[in-house]
Write a protein that binds this ligand. Structure first.
Ligand code: SF4
Length: 306
């Protein structure tokens, strides 16, 4: 069995079109797909100051390595990284070490913020005092800090390592929870309205699967072990992920179909919901939100009372 394009041994079988590729041709396919997404969806423009949300895992390190390649080639935008230390012992400390090492070796400025400094404690300690599910607390905290700190640091775009699997899960979660308005904010570039209180999030890895990204990261020595947050299976998303993975193994191509159909209806969703959003400023922290008090401040207030 050989690569579709040469006589080398294949490193991957691309599920969506059953094509086998060797390392060289897989890297070529992968990078072309990322750069095409950036071009087709105009994710990065001249004079953009881009922050990569860097966790130190396979997705964000792959993303940073490719944006660095692009930056060195076209030289029209600035690039830094921003990392959030949630305080998850045995997990985040390890991935942060990867992030610090990569940025040090590649001369990328890394801005690190922690829950302990910003909210008063680590996620591990907050969870000891609360019955909330880890991701219900951690998700809003991280989104909040990434947006707030990106604005303070003057970034114009926040690039995240979200992949095709992540997006397919989010789309299905929003269907299951009858939350179409949230889906309207998805896509390779997020948001419905232009509002300077929100930094635009871009997802250059949008059309690549988790398997493809893991393969790229290992083949190119970006990571040498797979690490997963200990809370990731203990969530609604974890259940949807398992459901979709089972479905995908029985009916290959399911996740691609979810994304392709979603991209077709996304412009209609954005149009439909564009006038229903009313943004306010949180009365406690002044960050943008849809209610009087933002979700992060609500959680912090509850935790203070415990
Ligand atoms: Fe936070 Fe949940 Fe992600 Fe872990 S899986 S980093 S707890 S949001």
């Amino acid at each position: 069995m050989t690569c579709k394009n040469c006589l080398e041994k294949p490193v991957i079988n691309l599920i969506n079109n059953n094509i086998k590729l060797c390392k060289k041709h897989f890297n070529k396919y992968f990078e072309k797909k990322v750069f095409k997404t950036i071009k087709d969806y105009k994710l990065i423009g001249k004079n953009d100051k881009v922050a990569v949300g860097l966790s130190g895992g396979k997705d964000s390190l792959t993303l940073l390595s490719l944006l660095l390649k692009l930056k060195n080639k076209i030289k029209i935008f600035d690039l830094e990284a921003i990392a959030i230390d949630e305080g998850i012992k045995g997990y985040r400390d390890k991935t942060l070490d990867n992030a610090i090492k990569y940025c040090g070796e590649n001369n990328v400025r890394l801005n690190i913020f922690s829950y302990k400094e910003e909210f008063g404690n680590t996620l591990d300690n907050f969870l000891k005092k609360s019955s909330m599910k880890a991701c219900s607390m951690c998700g809003p905290f991280r989104r909040y800090l990434l947006n707030k700190k990106s604005k303070e640091l003057g970034f114009t775009k926040l690039a995240t390592g979200h992949n095709l699997d992540d997006e397919a899960q989010t789309i299905m979660m929003n269907y299951f929870r009858r939350n179409l308005e949230t889906s309207a904010r998805l896509g390779p570039i997020t948001g419905i309205l232009k509002d300077k209180r929100f930094i635009k999030r871009i997802k250059p890895l949008y059309f690549l699967t988790e398997k493809e990204i893991a393969t790229y990261a290992f083949l190119n020595n970006l990571i040498n072990e797979f690490s997963e947050c200990p809370h990731s299976s203990d969530s609604y998303r974890g259940d949807v992920r398992d459901f979709l993975n089972n479905f995908e193994s029985k009916y290959p191509g399911t996740k691609h179909s979810i994304i392709t159909s979603f991209i077709e209806i996304l412009p209609l969703l954005k149009e439909h919901f564009k006038n229903t959003l009313e943004l306010k400023n949180c009365k406690i922290c002044d960050e943008p939100c849809s209610q009087e008090i933002c979700q992060t401040c609500k959680i912090v207030e509850i935790l203070k009372k415990r």
